[in-house]
Design a protein around this ligand. Structure first.
Ligand code: ADP
Ligand code: ASP
Ligand code: MG
Length: 409
C-alpha cells in the first residue's frame, strides 16, 4: 500500500459536477489500496472574484486582510469535496492549512512553507480517512493565516508529498500536461512526455503558469515523483523527473512568457559598491522580487543600473526609492511599464553555442526590439514590448522546431 497526493486546480473543481468527477478520481486511487491526500484550489475563478471584491473597496488593500479573504476560497472546496466523498461512502476529512500543519514564514501574500507538522494528518491517515487539504494557505508562527502566492496550491501538494514521502504526486489540471509553450496562446504547442526538474523550474520561473515554481523547487530538492495531467481526459500526462532523454534535434524544450513587467533604471549611482547592495537589500526587505539586472559603467561616468520587477510591485518600489534616495546615493530613476519577458529554455543549450544569436536574429528579423537580455546555462530571456509578447513566443516556437509536426499520410 502506498501514499498518493492528488492536487486538483480551480477548473477541475469549478462546478458541483466537476467536484463529483474529482471525487470519482480520488475514490479510484483509494480503491487501489492507497492512502490518499487530496489538495484542492478554490472553485473556478473564485480567487479572482475575491480580489475584485476587495479592489472595489480599496485600490491597495492590506496583504493580511487579502490573505484572510483569499484563503476562504479553498475552504469552500475542501468541505464540498469531503461531502461528496462521504456521500459516495468514503470517510473523508477536510483540513485548512493550519489544521494540516502547514507552517510558513511570517509574510503575507507570498509566504514560503517552512515546515509541515504531520501529527494531525498522520492521525487521520491511521484512521483510514481520505484527507482533503486546502491548497495555497498556511499559518505563520504568529498564528496568522498566510497564502503562498497565486498558483500556490501546487506547492501545498508537492510539499505535502515531500513531507509524507508520497509514492507520487499527481497535479490534475485543465491541460493534458506540460506543453512546449502555453497552448492557450500558442496553438502549435505540443505536450511533452517528460521534462527535467531543472527545465521545468526555469519554465515555471519564467512564466509557465502550469506549475508554481516553488512546487518544482520542492519536487527537485526532495525528489518527488511528479506528474501533470488532465482531470478530464484519461491519458498519460507529463512526468517531471531528474534526467530526461532529450529529443536529439531539440536544443530548446520550451518557450515561456510573462507580461506586466516594469523596468526601473537608476541613474547617477555615486558609490557603485554600496549602492548596489543597498538598493537590492532595501527591495528584498520589502519582499520585492527583482529579476533581470543590468549594470553599466563607461569610464569617467557614474554607473547606471536597470532591473525588472513585476508591475504589481511598482508602487512599493517607487515609494522605497523616493524615500531612500539620499541614503542610496543616486541622482534619479525612471521606469517603463508595459513590457513582457519571453524566454527559451532547454538543457541542450549548454553544449550548443549560437542559441542566443539565433533567438536575437529571429526577433530582429521580425522587427521586434529587444530591451534587455539575460542568460543562464539553460535559458535565454528577452524583455520586449508587451504587445509583441505572443507573436515573439510563436516565432521562437517555430524557429526552434517546437511546432506540432503534421502527420504524413
Ligand atoms: P490549475 O487551476 O489547474 O492550477 P492553472 O491555470 O494554474 O490551472 O494552470 C494551467 C494553465 O497553465 C493551462 O490552462 C495553460 O493555459 C497554462 N500554461 C502556461 N504554460 C503552459 C505550458 N508550458 N504547458 C501547459 N500549460 C501551460
Ligand atoms: N486559488 C489560488 C489561485 O487562484 C491558488 C491556486 O489555485 O493554486 O491562485
Ligand atoms: Mg495552477
Amino acid at each position: 500500500m502506498g501514499l498518493v497526493v492528488q492536487k486538483f486546480g480551480g477548473t477541475s473543481v469549478g462546478t458541483i459536477e466537476r467536484i463529483k468527477n474529482t471525487a470519482k478520481r480520488v475514490i479510484a486511487e483509494k480503491k487501489k489500496g492507497n492512502d490518499v491526500v487530496v489538495v484542492v484550489s478554490a472553485m473556478g475563478k473564485t480567487t479572482d472574484q475575491l480580489v475584485s471584491l476587495a479592489k472595489e473597496l480599496s485600490p491597495y488593500p492590506s496583504k493580511r486582510e487579502m490573505d484572510m479573504l483569499l484563503s476562504t476560497g479553498e475552504q469552500v472546496t475542501i468541505s464540498l469535496l469531503s461531502i461528496a466523498l462521504a456521500e459516495a461512502g468514503f470517510e473523508a476529512v477536510s483540513l485548512t492549512g493550519w489544521q494540516a500543519g502547514i507552517l510558513t514564514e511570517n509574510v503575507h501574500s507570498n509566504a514560503r512553507i517552512l515546515n509541515i507538522d504531520q501529527t494531525n494528518i498522520r492521525h487521520h491517515l491511521i484512521a483510514n480517512r481520505i484527507i482533503v487539504v486546502a491548497g495555497f494557505q498556511g499559518v505563520s508562527e504568529n498564528n496568522e493565516i498566510t497564502t503562498l502566492g497565486r498558483g500556490g496550491s501546487d506547492t501545498t501538494a508537492v510539499a505535502l508529498a515531500a513531507a509524507l514521502h508520497a509514492d507520487k504526486c499527481m497535479i490534475y489540471t485543465d491541460v493534458t500536461g506540460v506543453f512546449t509553450s502555453d497552448p492557450r496562446y500558442i496553438p502549435t504547442a505540443r505536450k511533452l512526455g517528460a521534462i527535467s526538474y531543472d527545465e521545468m523550474l526555469e519554465l515555471s520561473n519564467l512564466g509557465a503558469g502550469v506549475l508554481h515554481s516553488r512546487a518544482v523547487e520542492f519536487a527537485k530538492n526532495y525528489n518527488v515523483p511528479l506528474e501533470v495531467c488532465s482531470s478530464m481526459v484519461n491519458e498519460d500526462g507529463t512526468f517531471i523527473e531528474e534526467e530526461v532523454q532529450v529529443e536529439k534535434s531539440l536544443i530548446v524544450r520550451g518557450v515561456a512568457f510573462e507580461d506586466e513587467i516594469t523596468r526601473i533604471t537608476v541613474f547617477g549611482l555615486k558609490d557603485k559598491l554600496t549602492n548596489l547592495s543597498g538598493i537590492f537589500t532595501t527591495l528584498a526587505n520589502k519582499n520585492i522580487n527583482v529579476d533581470i539586472i543590468i549594470q553599466n559603467q563607461t569610464d569617467g561616468e557614474n554607473p547606471y543600473l536597470s532591473f525588472t520587477i513585476k508591475h504589481e510591485d511598482l508602487r512599493d518600489t517607487i515609494q522605497l526609492l523616493e524615500s531612500k534616495q539620499d541614503e542610496l546615493c543616486f541622482d534619479h530613476f525612471e521606469y517603463e511599464s508595459g513590457l513582457a519577458k519571453v524566454s527559451i529554455v532547454g538543457s541542450g543549450m549548454i553544449s550548443n553555442p549560437g542559441v542566443a544569436a539565433k533567438m536575437f536574429d529571429c526577433l530582429t528579423k521580425n522587427e521586434i526590439q529587444i530591451r534587455m537580455v539575460s542568460t543562464s546555462e539553460i535559458k535565454v530571456s528577452t524583455v520586449l514590448e508587451e504587445s509583441y509578447m505572443v507573436k515573439a513566443a510563436q516565432l521562437l516556437h517555430t524557429a526552434f522546431g517546437l511546432d506540432v509536426v503534421e502527420q504524413q499520410v
